[in-house]
Design a protein around this ligand. Structure first.
Ligand SMILES: Nc1ncnc2c1ncn2[C@@H]1O[C@H](COP(=O)(O)OP(=O)(O)OP(=O)(O)O)[C@@H](O)[C@H]1O
Length: 369
């Protein structure tokens, strides 16, 4: 009889990486049986390689991590701090949070970010919709209901992150968008017939033509692995879904991808790859970037989307900015550097040259009536 040279451990499998320790989990991305220590190592090393291959950062860069308190951005803050120390990236890292004003959701998740600030020793900056736009999401939802509220939130958050990043004077914003998020967005853009957007959603760095570029170090990182990492490392994160996000269409795309992943884990990376290849072959052009005549933020239209949405809110016509924005964009007139609407408006718009010295983009404020 042949002698069994393998260590006997009551039916336990060995880690396929170190061949020493007992496997503690099956890696969702590769289905390999792996021990915890090796999982941490491969998880972090893959992110490090993505950062190097795509030259996401330069020594001396100031980087704001978009910190929502959720699993993705919490793991991102933790892993980036670790890699920065381990590999001497030479980065100055900051946490940047946007308070959308959602009671029972963002207020709680911001408490988590405040703890992360202390746990990881990263300075935190919080900017709020209320201060920037005069409206909280609670107030917006009260006015417009649940339908379409994600449009307001998404547009405002994008600008709010840029404005917070400008206050921190950072070179780049890193967000926790993961491979599942990107695959989902690829599918959604295809389903909407919006091939032109595949370029932006699959790019690991975006906004290089805008005020502050963004990057996604988790572009190739699977959501399930992020959850496992956070769980095993006992990271402090907030795990409730937004109370205002009944985005059914995205939900279907998400479920579809999860089903595909169960059958074939590589499907997630393959969808992203398909999105990238579409990008190469498409001749569809994105609109040219200019600046919003009202607030100075980047825009391909006369007015940026946030100004159009705000105008609707302030005029008590919240649907104004949903869908096509052409009307408002052709209505606005400029007089002495101020934007004047032809019709009388319920909520008046005031433009001012008194720019907050710390704020590079906005030279106006809007008073809500
Ligand atoms: N309120 C916010 N403040 C700062 N950054 C944010 C905020 N909301 C989202 N982000 C950034 O955008 C990324 C993607 O946001 P999304 O809303 O898809 O959340 P998510 O996939 O649940 O991520 P997370 O688990 O980090 O909340 C986040 O990982 C984070 O980096």
């Amino acid at each position: 009889m042949e002698a069994d040279s393998k260590p006997k451990k009551s039916g336990a499998r060995l880690c396929c990486v170190c061949n020493q320790n007992r496997a503690a989990l099956k890696r969702p991305k590769t289905l390999e049986q792996i021990c915890r220590e090796c999982f941490y190592a491969v998880f972090e090393e893959e992110i490090h390689q993505v950062i190097l291959e795509n030259q996401l950062f330069k020594p001396g860069d100031r980087i704001a991590i978009g910190a929502s308190g959720g699993k993705d951005s919490t793991v991102l803050a933790y892993v980036l701090s670790e890699l920065n120390r381990r590999h001497n990236y030479g980065l100055d890292l900051f946490l940047l949070s946007v308070d959308e004003g959602i009671t029972g959701y963002r207020d709680d998740s911001l408490e988590t970010v405040k703890r992360n600030e202390l746990q990881y020793g990263l300075p935190l900056k919080i900017v709020s919709y209320k201060d920037l736009y005069g409206w909280t999401m609670d107030e917006i939802v009260k006015m417009i209901g649940l339908k379409n509220n994600c449009t307001f939130c998404g547009v405002f958050r994008r600008q709010a992150l840029d404005r917070g990043a400008a206050l921190l004077k950072v070179d780049k914003v890193a967000t926790g968008h993961n491979a599942d998020d990107i695959a989902e967005t690829v599918l959604l853009n295809i389903l909407r017939g919006d091939i032109a957007r595949l370029s932006r959603c699959t790019s690991i760095i975006t906004g290089e033509d805008g005020p502050i570029p963004r990057c996604k170090p988790f572009k190739c990182t699977y959501e399930k692995e992020i959850v496992m990492y956070a769980y095993f490392k006992k990271l402090d994160y907030f795990s409730t879904e937004c109370i205002y996000s009944p985005n059914a269409y995205r939900g279907f795309a998400r479920e579809f991808i999860k089903d595909l992943e169960r059958i074939r884990p590589r499907a997630i990376l393959d969808i992203i790859k398909s999105g990238e290849d579409f990008r190469i072959s498409t001749t569809t052009k994105m609109p040219e970037q200019g600046t919003c005549e009202r607030c100075g933020y980047i825009s391909s239209q006369k007015w940026c989307k946030a100004c159009v949405l705000l105008e609707g809110l302030n005029r008590g016509l919240p649907k104004l900015g949903i869908g096509r924005t052409q009307g408002l964009n052709s209505d606005a007139k400029i007089s002495n550097g101020m934007v004047i609407q032809e019709e009388s408006v319920q909520g008046q718009l005031f433009c001012t040259n008194q720019v907050n010295p710390e704020d590079q983009f906005f030279g106006f404020y809007i008073c809500k009536k």
